[in-house]
Design a binder for this molecule. Structure first.
Ligand code: FE2
Length: 176
């Protein structure tokens, strides 16, 4: 079984469960990866964008908003199959939300209601000390880029959602 088969199986089994947004996680994942591709992001960031929410499919949801700590679960899943340039932005994408909420007041204003609710469950905006530590992490930039891509473009309507096959070659190229 290739990583594409594994990801497809999870997506087909769990990707269409609601999680408090007007879009499924499967559609959101594919649209975020498309946005990364359209923005000229690196292949590793496109792959991370595609898989950033895989953690939602790895355990039972905490509530109707999915698994609050899905980034850690998903980061571990991705790290078993890909290098840190892909797994770390996945692991850090919830931290990036907490970081951006601390440093960018406009960012907070555009969060969806579900994202505001889960922010509270995830520890709220980072403290000054957390901001310092987070901004020194090796994959800080890509984690923040991924976060802005998913927030700005990962819930778009009126765009054709690409199929997983569109990203298959890229995943197979970068997996272990
Ligand atoms: Fe997401």
């Amino acid at each position: 079984m290739t990583v594409v088969d594994e990801f497809r199986a999870l997506m087909e089994a769990r990707g269409f469960e609601p999680y408090g947004e007007n879009i499924t996680i499967a559609e959101h994942s594919l649209l975020t990866a498309l946005a990364a591709e359209e923005s000229g992001a690196s292949e590793t960031l496109i792959a991370a964008s595609l898989m950033h929410d895989v953690g939602h499919w790895l355990d039972e949801p905490d509530d109707e908003y999915g698994i609050h700590f899905h980034a850690a679960l998903g980061g571990d899943w991705v790290a078993k199959r890909f290098g840190p340039a892909i797994s770390e932005p996945v692991r850090l994408h919830v931290g990036a939300k907490r970081y951006l909420c601390a440093v960018d007041p406009e960012y907070v204003d555009q969060l969806s209601p579900a994202s505001v609710y889960t922010l509270g469950k995830q520890g709220g905006p980072m403290s000054e000390r957390e901001v310092d530590a987070f901004s020194n992490l090796l994959y800080f930039d890509d984690a923040c880029k991924l976060r802005r891509l998913e927030d700005n473009f990962g819930k778009r309507s009126g765009v054709e959602v690409p199929s997983l096959d569109h990203f298959a070659t890229l995943l197979l190229k970068h997996c272990y």
